[in-house]
Design a binder for this molecule. Structure first.
Ligand code: AMP
Ligand code: ZN
Ligand code: FE
Ligand code: FE
Length: 286
């Protein structure tokens, strides 16, 4: 059986592997395809695609967008992003600007708590990437303000943490429409991680399906068997495809490996084939 991984992050956002290293690693573990889905950016895609050509693995150009819900952020993956992003490109840029504002406000809060941390340090930690809380967490751990990333989130950076600031994100249907308009395939990421009632999730999926959603990420490192089954059922009910990926972040999410997640994840290649077939039916390029 052949396997794929359709959800990964590189140094272009908050992962620790470069796009090239990530794609090479995916090829080395025998995956048939890998999608690079960095937060709010397409910056790593050309490098990833070139590495894919060099080592014979299919690379799907993707990104991950956050959307507002009453239960916190829902995440929407865009797969098969076009090379010329058009309006999606300006939307991604605006999201990165909002990220930067939010990061600044969070750093100010950390300073207000008496911690010695600057925006420059956080930016340096992120390198070229789309900057986020994992970069702040890395600085906090390095400077001894937290023992681990987990502790940094629990005390300071997570929802309810002392330095938490809400981030301005898209409306869910707007995110889906933006991706569809660009010719990408929109997939609701890790649906069961949203802390919402079951019937609310169903209504949400129905609404997104109406806006052009193609699939649900049933297979994910943090989904258990029952949650995967719930997604499969929901997808069946609303005529959606399935997707799956590890949400690999390298050292920023220890314990999650490409293709296998925490060990038990396997996304069969037919998941990719079905997404491709759906695109072909819509006349969209692969
Ligand atoms: P941001 O995009 O800046 O809002 O940061 C979100 C990222 O932070 C997610 O992609 C996760 O990788 C990471 N994250 C969120 N909550 C936690 C947590 N409690 N522990 C560790 N990492 C987290
Ligand atoms: Zn991330
Ligand atoms: Fe996510
Ligand atoms: Fe992700």
């Amino acid at each position: 059986m052949e396997y794929v991984d359709l959800h990964t992050h590189s140094t272009a956002s908050d992962g620790t592997e470069t796009p090239e290293a990530l794609v090479r690693a995916a090829a080395a573990c025998g995956l048939k395809a890998v999608a690079l889905t960095d937060h709010d950016t397409a910056a790593g895609l050309d490098e990833a695609e070139a590495a894919g050509h060099a080592c014979g693995i299919r690379v799907v150009r993707g990104c991950e967008l956050a959307a507002r819900t009453p239960y916190g952020e829902a995440h929407i993956l865009g797969l098969w992003l076009p090379r010329d992003l058009g309006r999606l490109g300006s939307a991604l840029e605006a999201l990165r600007e909002k990220r930067a504002l939010r990061n600044m406000r969070m750093v100010e809060k950390l300073c207000g708590l008496g911690l010695d941390i600057s925006c420059e340090e956080v930016l340096r930690e992120a390198g070229e990437g789309s900057v986020g809380r994992p970069h702040m967490a890395a600085v906090l751990v390095r400077k001894g303000y937290a023992h681990s990333v987990r502790e940094a989130f629990a005390r300071y950076l997570g929802y309810g943490g002392a330095a938490f600031v809400e981030r301005e994100v898209l409306e869910p249907a707007q995110a889906v429409q933006l991706l569809c308009e660009a010719g990408a395939t929109a997939v609701l990421a890790h649906p069961c991680l949203l802390p919402c009632p079951r019937d609310w999730l169903e209504g949400f999926v129905r609404e997104l399906a109406g806006a052009g959603l193609t699939g649900l990420e049933a297979y994910h490192s943090e989904h258990d068997a029952a949650q995967t089954r719930q997604c499969v059922e929901l997808a069946g009910k609303y005529g959606l495809e399935l997707s799956g990926g590890s949400d690999f972040h390298g050292g920023n999410k220890p314990g999650i490996r490409l293709g296998v997640g925490r060990g038990g994840l396997r996304v069969p290649a037919f998941v990719l084939e079905r997404l491709l077939a759906r695109r072909a039916r819509l006349g969209l390029p692969a």
